[in-house]
Each structure stands twice: as C-alpha cells, then as structure tokens.
Design a binder for this molecule. Structure first.
Ligand code: MN
Ligand code: MN
Length: 464
C-alpha cells in the first residue's frame, strides 16, 4: 500500500481529535474572546445563587423576557421566566411546535462550593472575633485558608424584611480571611494528610480585633455587633434566620500571556449557566420550546425546593403545557435535555488520576459526558448511544467543536450532576459542558475557546 493511500486510510478510519484553535479562524477566535468579556462580568456579579439569579433576570429582561404569570396566553416566540424563590430560575422561549412534541432543555447550576456561616456564628477568642462556618459542597479545606474572602447573603428578620448583605466586593470594602499556621511552627501540621491539616471546625473567619470602649467580656464581639447594628439594624439573634456565605474574593481575570484562559471563582457551574443564558437570549422562534434552567443546590445533591429534584420544575412546565392542553408526561417523554455542567480538564501536573484517551482536554471544545458516576458508573443516568449520535450530527452541522469525556480513570473517584434527576422525569438527558482545571478550588480555570463552544453547542440544540 502506498504512503498516500495509508495516510488516506488514517484520515478516514482513525478518530482524530484536533486542538480547537486548528479548527477555527481568527474571526471566530475574536468572537470567542468577546463572548468571554460578558462572561467575566456575569461571574463577577454572581457570587451566590441568589446573585446569579438576580443578574440573569436583569439580563433576560433587557432582552425581552417577562415574568411568567400562570394562565397567561403565550404564542410562538414569546419569552418568559419564572424565579423559584430567588434562588433558581427557569426561562422559556415558546416554540412553533406544540409542547406535545417536547422541548429542548438546558440545565446548569448556579450554586458553588463556599463556606456558609453557622446559624450561631459569632464568637470571640483571645480578643479577636470570628465567624464559625460549615462548608457547602466538596472542597479541599486547605485551599480556603490565607485567601481573601467576601461575605454575601441575606438576613431574614422576624418582621418579614429581607436584608441584603455584600461586604468585600467593593474595592473600598474590608475583606475577611481564615488564618493558617506559620511554617516555622507547622512541623506537626505538615505531617498530617491534606484532608486533616485544616479541619472543618478550623475554618473560622477572622472578622475583627478592636475592642469596644468598655469593661467586661467579649468586647471585640460587642464592637463588631454594634457595627452590624449601625449598618444593617441586626442583632446576634438575627443570624439564626440568615443565609450568609463567605466566598473567595478573587476577580475573574485573564490567565496566560496569550489571555486564552480565565481564572475565577465559581466557573463550576456559572460558566455553563452563562452559556445557556446567552444561548436562550439568542434564540428567536425555535421549532420546539427552548427551556433554560439555572438550578440551586447541585453541589449538595440537588436537594431542597430550589434544587433540581424540586417539583418547581414540573409546576412551571405543567403550567406551560396546560395552556396548550398538553399532558406534561407527553411533553417530557419527547423532550431532550443538555445537563450543562463542567467536567474535569486533563491536568499534566496530575496525570495519574486520568486516562488520557477519555479525559477532557483544554481547548478541545465542549465536553460531552455520556456518563458520570463512580464505582462501575453508579449514580449516573448514562445517556443512550442514540442521544450521543444526535449531538454528533447537530454539532457537526453547526461548527461546534466538542469532545467525548469522562471524569478520571476507572475507580479513581467520580461525581454527579443534575442529569439523573432530569432523566428520572423520562427526559432524554446528556451531560455536556466546559472542562475546568482546579475544579472546586477558590480560583478555577477554564479556556475561552471551550466557553465559546459550550455556548455554541447549547444554541445549536435550541435551534435544532
Ligand atoms: Mn457542577
Ligand atoms: Mn461541582
């Protein structure tokens, strides 16, 4: 066989992946970078699920979305949204076809790993004041000490008022920190495992040190409480009904001399949330109704009224179906869902946890996860071959660069997403999203190319 024939066969028979930048021109790379400017703004404005929902609503309203009111008449092209208690969001663009033909859903989550304040958080020790925390989501605790933190959330008062708290975002604001042990005295600490070196009960946030001008005990705590009372009118008891969280105080920034990457807090999963949001804003009148979900509580198992297990989703969808006289179960069984969530990007610093042929690579495009789970695929909905083929076709037709990926090598670990909760509703579902380096760290990294391709991928699905 001639050399040219052999290389022809290679081209034809091998599954060959290419770096995404070999597949797009300069103009598209410019578009990708421009898209990421909007994403960085969204990320900086969205430190909690509540802030992400608020930001998404404000963007959606500026693009013609209106709050959904049960019973309202809807026609093709109409754009509506419904907030679930301010912590999750559902948006829809009504399609030409009836809902009995199903809809195209993209679902991401807007909650991220963080440190929640306990309900009785404040104490003084050695004339310094602290907040006790209970971490939320899967974190490596040692990463959360000795970095600047911000405080976000709400305090719900007995009288029904809700007080918004954001401290540390404005450049003039103070920030917070959890202290770490100096290396000089860390000989014992350094012998511990990474899991034990910093403990959950050790994640105490330093919030002040200046005593109240008075005699008596807990003078620093008293001084801090008096500041909070002056600024917010709250007392220590009001923390009982508060949701306050500490998040890393890092701005989203370009990473690398070529600016091809973005570092920031909360890429998982606001990077997919933003992709979906932009995509549904760019949908005109789709064939099938387009639905965008920004869910809460994914990081703790999709629990609760604002998580993806909640029937708030059925309520919204059933309202839309009722208006057309369609049974919700018919709509679901004909629907298709992209569970838009991040995947792990292969990290050459830690090659031992991955199986290279099947791990996502930075700049190779949107990562499609046929299955997630752990220990023999436990806990995954495992999308069917037909669904993968559907995406192959769709993405090929729309210039979406993508890769088929899984999270880590077999028996190394694993994880889940909202996919299985969508699949349990009898909706064909597959995971797809942006590969991330340092996932769940206070400062995660994604590639601009992959962010752009994830947006294009969701848009292609909406515009099928
Ligand atoms: Mn996620
Ligand atoms: Mn996560």
């Amino acid at each position: 066989m001639s050399e040219s024939k052999k290389s022809e066969w290679r081209e034809k028979l091998f599954y060959q992946q290419k770096n995404g930048y070999d597949l797009i021109d300069a103009e598209e790379s410019r578009l990708a970078f421009a898209y990421c400017e909007g994403y960085k703004q969204f990320l900086n404005a969205s430190r909690t699920e509540r802030e992400a929902v608020r930001e998404a609503i404000s963007i959606a309203e500026s693009e013609g979305f209106v709050p959904y009111v049960p019973g309202m008449a809807l026609k093709a092209g109409d754009r509506v949204y419904q907030s679930n208690r301010g912590k999750a969001l559902m948006l829809a663009v009504i399609g030409e076809q009836p809902l009995s033909e199903g809809c195209v859903i993209a679902g991401a989550h807007v909650d991220c790993p963080r440190l929640d304040l306990k309900q009785v958080p404040m104490y003084e020790d050695t004339e310094m004041a602290f907040f006790k925390t209970h971490y939320y989501g899967g974190i490596k605790k040692y990463q959360w000490v000795a970095i600047p933190l911000e405080l976000h959330g709400v305090v719900a008062l007995k009288n029904g008022d809700l007080i918004d708290v954001v401290i540390g975002r404005d450049p003039d604001d103070p920030q917070f920190v959890i202290t770490d042990l100096l290396p000089h005295l860390a000989a014992d600490q350094m012998k511990k495992t990474l899991a034990e070196g910093i403990t959950g009960e050790g994640l105490n946030i330093l919030i002040g040190s200046m005593p109240y001008d008075d005699e008596g005990k807990d003078r620093v705590k008293l001084a801090i409480l008096s500041l909070l009372y002056d600024d917010y009118g709250i007392t220590e008891e009001d923390f009982l009904s508060a949701e306050l969280v500490a998040t890393p105080a890092f701005e989203a920034r370009d990473i690398g001399l070529d600016r091809s990457l973005i570092g920031g807090y909360g890429h998982d999963d606001r990077v997919c949330a933003y992709a979906e949001l932009r995509a549904i804003l760019d949908v005109k009148t789709p064939k099938r109704t387009a639905v965008c979900i920004l869910a809460d509580k994914e990081e703790i198992g999709s629990e609760g009224v604002s998580g993806m297990k909640s029937r708030a989703f059925e309520t919204f969808m059933e309202d839309l179906c009722d208006a057309q006289g369609v049974a919700l179960r018919r709509c679901f069984e004909n629907s298709f869902c992209i569970s838009a969530d991040v995947c792990n990007a292969f990290d050459p610093n830690f090659p031992e946890v991955s199986e290279k042929r099947n791990e996502a690579k930075v700049n190779y495009g949107m990562g499609i996860c046929k299955y997630t789970g752990a220990r023999g695929k436990s806990g995954t909905s495992d999308a069917s071959a037909e669904i993968v083929a559907h995406l192959r076709r769709l993405f090929a037709e729309n210039g979406v660069v993508w890769q088929l990926v899984e999270l880590g090598k077999v028996d190394q670990g694993g994880g889940g997403t909202i996919a299985k909760f969508m699949a349990e509703r009898n909706i064909d579902t597959i995971d797809a999203g942006v590969p991330v380096l340092s996932m769940h760290a206070p400062f995660e990294v994604v590639s601009k190319f992959d962010c752009w391709m994830t947006y294009k991928g969701v848009l292609a699905a909406y515009n099928e």
